[in-house]
Design a protein around this ligand. Sequence first.
Ligand code: GDP
Ligand code: MN
Length: 398
Amino acid sequence: MNIHEYQAKGLLREFGVPVPDGYPVLKAEDAEAAARQLRGPVWVVKSQIHAGGRGKGSFKEAEAGEKGGVRLAKSVDEATAFVRQMLGHTLVTVQTGPAGKQVNRLYIEDGSAIDREFYLSMLVDRETSRIAFVVSTEGGMNIEDVAHDTPEKIKTFSIDPATGIMPLHGRTVAEALGLSGDLAKQTEALVTKLYAAFTAKDMAMLEINPLITTKDGRLRCLDAKISFDDNALYRHPELFNLRDETEEDAKEIEASKYDLAYIALDGTIGCMVNGAGLAMATLDIIQLYGESPANFLDVGGGATEEKVTAAFKIITADPKVKGILVNIFGGIMKCDVIARGVIAAVKAVGLQVPLVVRLEGTNVEEGKEIIRSSGLNVIPADDLDDAAQKIVAAVRKG
Ligand code: GDP
Ligand code: MN
């Protein structure tokens, strides 16, 4: 789960991490009051979307103005005007894709006098099974570009979970950033607090870009991006209300209600499969025959008829889907249950596109009979290869 910058900063603030003061604004009429609570003389008005590159982004609508998604204002009036311009408009950045994202929330922040900009991130490194720090003197830039052009400017190290964070780690970061004296001390304190926040909240990723020093010698997090480990979210009910469903794929939200593992993809063939391995193989074989899957969907081992029906509805509601492939290997999951689920779903939502069903395993004959006798226009298939070829051919025929 991802959250907005202002929420990430609020959370980091609770851990004593230095972030600028600021107030989120969801309605234009609240902008002036929010700006008045800050001292100035500079206000930063920041679009809140789940994507980076906002500063260099641009709006689709002319009335949103020429400037990017992060704007510096010199007065309360100007800050208020920026909110009115950006709110409700579509911001396109390198991370949003060409469709962009609608800005429904803004963040008005106390402007900082930047001296230097750095990069700092933390993530769970799968290779070492540890939490790793990634730091660079090249702040405010796309870290992938830095890694490509000047990899020597990136310093990475990981934390041994047995010892946890130690003063040495903070000193390593300060040295990598070329900070000494009081700023090095601030860096050590920051690193300790970030690690505490990261582990306490089961984060998967935390990125501060840029981390800055101000002209009056203070270290501050100017941007913050946090992703939480979804598998640990149940331990943090306090994080649930930070979720912004408007930033997520509606189909994925619906799927999560039924505990279905669903990921939307770009292709045309909707897939309903049981087991992650079989689902991956199904996506591969569709590609092999020259078409692309519209989704990954694992209905799981013990799916009920209700769950299968829900899965089928999610697939058919996707306008990109030009054909559906149901590929089930019945082990714990019985083929007749799947068959009944498919029939119930087809009866409920109708079938506008070709449907290929491949069933194998427990109660397979019963399952096939249910489909045959339903009178629905379902194309039966014998094995995975046969099924993939049949759905690709059916989709191409239109
Ligand atoms: P991003 O473009 O989505 O990564 O958004 P950021 O929060 O990183 O802001 C983009 C850029 O705006 C930063 O890299 C800074 O250069 C600039 N910026 C943000 N806040 C301030 C501020 O308080 N003062 C100044 N002078 N520049 C800022
Ligand atoms: Mn940034």
